[in-house]
Each structure stands twice: as C-alpha cells, then as structure tokens.
Design a protein around this ligand. Sequence first.
Ligand SMILES: *Cc1c(COP(=O)(O)O)cnc(C)c1O
Length: 385
Amino acid sequence: MKSFFQNRLSAVAEKGNYRTLSTLRHTGNKIETSDGQVLLNLSSNDYLGIASDFSLRETFLSGLTADRFLPGSSSSRLLTGNFDIYDRLEARLAELYKSEAALVFSSGYHANTGLLPAVTTRNSLIVADKLVHASLIDGIRLSPARCIRYRHNDYDQLEEIVAKEHARCDVIVIVTESLFSMDGDEADLIRLTAIKRRYPQVLLYIDEAHAVGVRGAQGLGCCEEAGLLPEIDFLIGTFGKAFASTGAYVICTQTVREYLVNTMRTLIFTTALPPVNLEWTLFVLNKIVTMTDRRAHLQRISRMLYEPLNRLNGESFRSSSHIVPCIAGASERATRLAKEVQKAGFYVLPIRPPTVPEGTARLRISLTADCTADDVEKLLSVIVK
Ligand SMILES: *Cc1c(COP(=O)(O)O)cnc(C)c1O
C-alpha cells in the first residue's frame, strides 16, 4: 500500500503541484517564516484587518466572563446546541439584510454542500459558473439534480441553457459567486436578476464569501451594493474571511429556513458552533456595519493594484476587487515568481491546478485594509518590471 500512495504523490509532484502545510508565526498583518524572514501577509482573507486588530479582541474579551465563555456547544442545533446567541445573530442578520430570515451554519463548506442537495430534486437543474468554489462543486455532486456549467460570466450561454431547459424543470438554481475567489472579478448581478424575472422556475444562489464585509454600504456584499438584495433566493455569506471568525449563513425566506432546518444534512448532523464563537461573530458583525473607512481605503489601494495587473494579465482576467491575480501560466513559473516576491518582503503564494484551471497558475494577491498605498507601490515595482 505504501507504494500506491507514494506513486500517486509522485504524480502530483511531477506536475509541480506538490503541497505542504507550513507553520507560520503571525504578528499583526506580518508573517514570520521558519527561516526568520518577516513578510507582509498578502495571502490572507482578513480583508478588513479585523483578525490582526488587537484592540478589537481586547474589547471583546473585556466583556466576557467564565459563564459566558462557552468554548463548545456539546450537541447539534436540533438537540441541545441551539443557544440563544444563534437567535440573536440570525435576527441581526435578517434585520440588516431586510429579509424574513437567516440561518447560520458551521462553515461555508457546510453551507454549500448542504444547501444544494436540500433544495433540489431529480427534476431540478443546477446551472453553475465554470469557476465556482470547490464547496459548491461538492454540493452539486451531492445533489440529485442535473448540472450544467456555463463559461465564466457568459450570461448569453447561461440564458440559452435556461431557455432550453426551463419547461421540464421544477426549479433551476443558478449558482455563482458574486466576487470570484481566484480571479477577483464579479458576476453581473443585474443580468442574473433579469434572467430570473423572465423564468419563474429560476432561483438565484449567490455565494458572497469574498464580498461580505468588503462591499456594500454596510458591508453586506455585492448584492447590497447593487441594490438587489430582495431578488436573491439564497445569499450565502461566510464568517471565516473578512469576519475573522468561523461559520456561514444564508439569507432566505422564513419558509426556506424552516425547510432547511428539516432537511439539510450538514445542519442536522453536525455539532453546533461554540457559543463564544457566535458571540464574537455578532460583535464583529456590528463593527463591520460601520467600517466604511476601511472599505473605502481597501477599494482605493485595490484599484492601484488591479489596473496595472489587469493590463499584464491580458483579456481573460479582469479583477475589480481586492483579490488580484498575477497570471504565470505553468505551475513552476508561478512557484518561481512567488519566491521572488517573497524575497522582496511580501507573503504571496502560488495558486496551482487543481485550484485553478490548467495553464493558469498564478500568484493570488489579496489586499487587506491594513495595507498602505506604499506597500502596493513597492509590490508593483517587484512584479511589473
Ligand atoms: C472560502 C469559501 C467557502 C468556504 O467557506 P468556509 O467557511 O471557509 O468553509 C465557500 N465559498 C467560497 C466562494 C469561498 O471562497
């Protein structure tokens, strides 16, 4: 058996895609590597700088006592794990989104792998953007529905598929991210809602993992920014990125919420989140609503970076956000480029297949609100030579 796995691992390595887990020391938004180098962290999803904000943690801790510090929930939500902090967090989410309901999950991975199987049948169709996140792909795999993928952000193709299929489907779920995790570009939400209005079977499923906190007047995401919140049937947000916490949520109707509580396996068959973690999430949520300066600053430095890099990357890549790829092509080339950028003081990692399509290995730069304009200029001077 040893050689079975060794051979398969060698095949991964031969493609230049071998991965290891490295242990890093964090100081604010800096990373200290095992050989003692201190680098600016441009690989984190701490988009608003909340995870590296020491005073925020101090404020939160000062309000905690041993009886409120519950590090575990000891049960699933349907048994004894549904502490009142779940209700308070979900009520606040629903209030902010002006929706009937919200439902919190243990992670974005739980949300996507649980929701899609729960809301579809054998007579349903899922139509998903070619570049959606692995957790959505796995949700599709677990679903009884048929699935068709459309070319990234190609809404003409999407509409053709819907026009052809709608008559024989109970529901068609269109699945996309609002802000794409590896390309940093955005779905056309206006176009998507127009398709939805034309076909009553269509439900919109929008994963805003990289947009919540960052986009919209209150940081509720791209759908808030576009003024389209009421059009979205399943709006997914996650707490692991800008929120510096863990967990995820769906914004939906009260009926859908009740339906999910009764049918969604990744909600029913897993231990509820630790109450102290939910307390932190609610604390952060209320801070995020007011962090307009951090959002504006992030948008400013993002533009400084994506304008020149879009020119470098060519036609197919059009970042419009704090996530900016620098396309290298072959995996080895991405790895080499990452080393160069690291030598200059920036912790940037190569992203390789299968995370991104073959031939599009890249550096993935993610800016956070605690980066400065000087940081971005210095980074550009290393990359754009
Ligand atoms: C990170 C991510 C997820 C998974 O969320 P976790 O809470 O980390 O499990 C889901 N969807 C997208 C688009 C993501 O980027």
